[in-house]
Design a protein around this ligand. Structure first.
Ligand SMILES: Nc1ncnc2c1ncn2[C@@H]1O[C@H](COP(=O)(O)OP(=O)(O)OP(=O)(O)O)[C@@H](O)[C@H]1O
Ligand SMILES: [Mg+2]
Length: 368
């Protein structure tokens, strides 16, 4: 019996020590029955050897006064939920804490102890502040992007008019200059769109709008748009029978597939075959985009999804881009609960693999 009681006592003190909160148990007169190391750290009590002492003798005045109030309320109400305090427990450093108590009564309802749980809130509040800041950043980028895009729209529009004018005047060099203005203007607009998109994805302010989508149909739609542009590619597609419709954000997933097909073409200057194979498994669907292009080394692969990363080599010289396409791909797929993987070898081509969970068939994905 004594052995059992000892074991139980050990169990309780191990339990107290394993908690990430600070805990103190006192009797109704305010004397300490037990406490854990976290509490002594949070409230700056130099030793754990304070059992039997009154809390007023071990806490600083400000916190002892809060304890006085807490105990009164606990005795009358039975518990106190998350009372927030700002305490300068260690020198000048102010720490935000939330205290909660509960009254322990015996079978006859007589109060025999009060537990006090102490949570450090500074990290939580810091997190909230970071979230707020990141939202502000996205709003700022959104408004700047908008202001940059309006003049760009007129630049591209007037460049179009100049092209027509130069054609009428049969002035080839003027026509070519106007084309350059238009192309570069459009490239800049595209870049602004991508920066804005990444900012939204990073601040979680992009709302997914899930709907039922046929992945094979989406692949066909994309190929219809791109295959007319460049005849040096042979596109091969395959999809498993009875391919399920998925609940995904159509525009976002289309953007992902478009980016991957666009990369396959852009980084295969010699042309070749581009295969898009869609397969379904028990819990996932998988779409592989394989090209026969310039490929990448292991070192390049390891940095591939970093913002603004572009391979700088003889093979990529003259190929334009911002280095945001794959960042966007990864973030969109992860927002749907999926993953993106890549295999590649220099000069032998690359395969990008998108995996999405099939639970997206029946369930809308978490809104990001
Ligand atoms: N299929 C591929 N084959 C070889 N290299 C690739 C392939 N896809 C991507 N890369 C390399 O990865 C880099 C990053 O690709 P990403 O799509 O993010 O940017 P980008 O194509 O340079 O610009 P954009 O933002 O316009 O897409 C590319 O610059 C290229 O070096
Ligand atoms: Mg790209």
């Amino acid at each position: 019996m004594i052995e059992e009681a000892k074991n139980f006592k050990n169990f309780v003190s191990n339990l107290l020590e394993s908690l990430s909160y600070g805990i103190m148990i006192i009797n109704p007169e305010g004397k300490v029955l037990d406490l854990n190391r976290n509490l002594s750290f949070m409230l700056n009590i130099p030793t754990l050897d304070v059992k039997g002492s009154h809390y007023r003798d071990i806490l600083n005045e400000q916190i002892a006064a809060v304890f006085d109030e807490l105990l009164q309320d606990t005795k009358s109400m039975g518990f106190v939920m998350d009372r927030q305090i700002n305490a300068s427990v260690v020198g000048e450093i102010e720490v935000k804490m939330a205290l909660a108590t509960s009254a322990l009564r015996d079978d006859e309802g007589k109060l025999f102890a009060i537990t006090i749980v102490c949570r450090e809130m500074t990290a939580t509040q810091e997190l909230e502040r970071m979230r707020e800041l990141s939202k502000l950043k996205a709003e700022f980028i959104a408004s700047v992007s908008h202001d940059l895009k309006s003049p760009l729209t007129s630049i591209v529009g007037y460049a179009d008019l100049l092209i027509d004018l130069a054609k009428d005047n049969k002035n080839e060099s003027q026509e070519q200059f106007a084309h350059t203005i238009k192309d570069e203007g459009m490239r800049l607009a595209h870049m602004i769109d991508d920066i804005l998109h990444v900012a939204k994805l990073e601040s979680n302010s992009l709302q997914l709008k899930p709907e039922q989508v046929s992945i094979p149909e989406m692949i066909d739609e994309i190929l219809k748009i791109v295959s007319g542009h460049d005849k040096k590619f042979k596109f091969t597609t395959h999809h498993d029978d009875n391919f399920p419709h998925l609940w995904v954000d159509r525009n976002q997933v289309k953007r992902v597939f478009f980016n991957l097909v666009n990369n396959a073409m852009k980084y295969s200057p010699q042309g070749g075959e581009i295969k898009i194979f869609a397969r379904c498994f028990a819990d996932t669907i998988q779409v592989d985009f394989t090209d026969e292009g310039i490929g990448m080394s292991q070192e390049e692969l390891s940095r591939l999804f970093e913002k603004f990363f572009r391979v700088k080599s003889e093979a990529t010289k003259g190929i334009k881009g911002t280095g945001l396409g794959l960042t966007i791909v990864k973030k969109i797929i992860e927002a749907h609960g999926g993953t993106v993987a890549v295999k590649s070898e220099p000069t032998r081509g690359s395969t990008f693999t998108v995996i999405l969970p099939t639970r997206l068939i029946t369930q809308k994905p978490e809104i990001i």
